[in-house]
Design a binder for this molecule. Structure first.
Ligand code: MG
Length: 250
C-alpha cells in the first residue's frame, strides 16, 4: 500500500532529509586515500546524532553500520570496516540515512578517491545524471515506468549496465515503503504518480554487465558479476503540485 503524505508531513520529512544530505556531503568530504570505511561510518553517525537524528541503517535488518560503504565492484550495502582502507584510484559509494521525528531520509553518492581512470569517472558522471533524469520524471500524471525509462535510457545510451535486482522505493515512516521504483521501465507504464508520494530514486549502474552476485558470507555486500565498478546515486523526492521536491537537501 502506498502511503501518500500531506504537505505538512512532507515538510516534516525535510528535516530528516536535510540531516541525511548533510551527513552524505560531509562524509564525502572526508574521502581520501588512507581513511577506513569505519572512520567514515563513525563520522557520519556522530554527525547525524549531533543533528538530533538516529542513523536509519544502524540495526536495520541487523545491519551493523550507520552508513553503507561500497567500494569499486561493490554495488550496494557494503559494511563499514576498519580493515577497508581507501586507496588512490578507488571509488566509494556512500549511502546515508537519518530518522528525525519518526520520518526517514535516504540518499547516496559515489565518490572518487584521488585520481580515477576516465571510464570510471564517466560512470560516476552518467549515473548522477541518470538520477537527476529520474527525479525530473517524478511528476504528477507521469507513471512509475517513466522514472525507470528516464534512468535506463541514459545509462544504456552510455553503454552501461542497469542493475535490476535492487531498486528504489517509497519512503516515509519506514525506510522501505511501497512502491518499488525500478531503474528500468517503459514510458507510460506502471502506476500513475500522485501528489504526496515520496520516493527514494536511486540508480545503481555498472560499468559492465547489469548482473550482480552476492551477498555472500557477510549477508549484505552486493557485487557486480563481472567485477567492473558500480556507481550509486540517490535522493529522496516528494511529488508535489509544483513538481519534484528533493527532500534530501540542505
Ligand atoms: Mg534507498
Amino acid at each position: 500500500m502506498i502511503k501518500l503524505k500531506t504537505a505538512d508531513e512532507i515538510e516534516a520529512m525535510r528535516e530528516a532529509g536535510r540531516v541525511s544530505a548533510k551527513a552524505l556531503r560531509k562524509t564525502g568530504e572526508l574521502v581520501r586515500p588512507g581513511i577506513s570505511t569505519l572512520d567514515l561510518d563513525r563520522f557520519a553517525e556522530n554527525l547525524i546524532r549531533m543533528e538530533g537524528g538516529v542513523p536509519a541503517f544502524l540495526g536495520y535488518g541487523g545491519f551493523r553500520g550507520s552508513i553503507c560503504s561500497s567500494l569499486n565492484d561493490q554495488v550496494v550495502h557494503g559494511i563499514p570496516s576498519k580493515e577497508v582502507v581507501l586507496q588512490e584510484g578507488d571509488i566509494i559509494s556512500i549511502d546515508t540515512g537519518a530518522i528525525i521525528g519518526g520520518w526517514v531520509g535516504d540518499n547516496a553518492a559515489t565518490f572518487a578517491v584521488g585520481e580515477i581512470d576516465p571510464a570510471t569517472a564517466r560512470l560516476l558522471e552518467v549515473t548522477e545524471r541518470c538520477m537527476w533524469d529520474g527525479v525530473e520524471a517524478a511528476r504528477m500524471g507521469n507513471r512509475l515506468g517513466d522514472i525507470g525509462f528516464a534512468v535506463q535510457s541514459r545509462a544504456e545510451r552510455a553503454g552501461f549496465g542497469v542493475v535490476r535486482e535492487y531498486v528504489g522505493h517509497g519512503i516515509g515512516h519506514d525506510m522501505h515503503e511501497d512502491p518499488n521504483v525500478p531503474n528500468f521501465g517503459r514510458k507510460g507504464q506502471g502506476i500513475r504518480l500522485k501528489k504526496g508520494m515520496v520516493l527514494a530514486i536511486e540508480p545503481m549502474i555498472n560499468l559492465g554487465s547489469p548482473q550482480t552476485r552476492g551477498p555472500f558470507d557477510d549477508q549484505w555486500t552486493v557485487y557486480t558479476a563481472d567485477g567492473t565498478p558500480s556507481a550509486h546515486f540517490e535522493r529522496t523526492v516528494a511529488i508535489t503540485e509544483d513538481g519534484p521536491l528533493v527532500l534530501t537537501a540542505e
